[in-house]
Ligand binder design. Sequence first.
Ligand SMILES: C[S@@+](CC[C@H](N)C(=O)[O-])C[C@H]1O[C@@H](n2cnc3c(N)ncnc32)[C@H](O)[C@@H]1O
Length: 229
Amino acid sequence: MPDREERFRVMLDVVEAAVGPSPRVLDLACGTGSISRRLFARLPQASSVAVDMDPTLMAIAKGSFDGDRRITFVTADLSEPGWLDELSAEPFDAVLTATALHWMQPDPLARLYADLAKLVRPDGVFVNADHMPDPGTPMLNAIEETIQRGYEAKARAAGAVDWEEWWALVAADPKLADEYAASRAILAEHIQGVTHPVGWHTAKLTEAGFPESGVAWRSITDAVVVAIR
Ligand SMILES: C[S@@+](CC[C@H](N)C(=O)[O-])C[C@H]1O[C@@H](n2cnc3c(N)ncnc32)[C@H](O)[C@@H]1O
């Protein structure tokens, strides 16, 4: 993803401008903690609660932040209605997520948005950087696909691995054998998610209780959607 860092920059521009230099952040579907790492690099006074359901990615995240008191980890499945019970009642200045919510089915995602409206403090922000293609622009989407494949081929030639190859490396690491087995079991149950165009997200965020939402960045098929609580 050639513009991945640009998305994170835009996300953190929004956070800093909206809620200041020491936000309490929820890193939603945190994976290995990519957002929290960039958050702390830019805003060292920030704190983060990082939530994910994947044992392997959480193990890597916990290891890489070992000893950093600014971050805490919560294991929860965001598709389950009770996931909020795993968090304290303290509100967040910002909820941030990237390349993750397209894994969720529409109803659980709409319910998640309603939960987030309860978690974000008034004037706080929710920022979602994700794949949000518009089914009404198939030719444009095909052009974006071609552009992405071109970047991927260059990255691959330079030695980068893709998501599947990265998991194959994890599978070959005996130190992560238990976590990998647990991840496989969870993924086996996981239903493939669906994407929605930007307008779906902004409409659901309005319904959920975010009075204002819009786009902070976009390419043909991807976007950074921001909602103000
Ligand atoms: C592609 S990774 C992105 C991680 C990180 N945000 C990043 O950009 O590097 C997607 C993450 O979403 C998490 N995820 C997907 N569905 C989830 C759910 N229902 N509950 C919790 N985490 C979920 C996966 O476990 C994975 O860590």
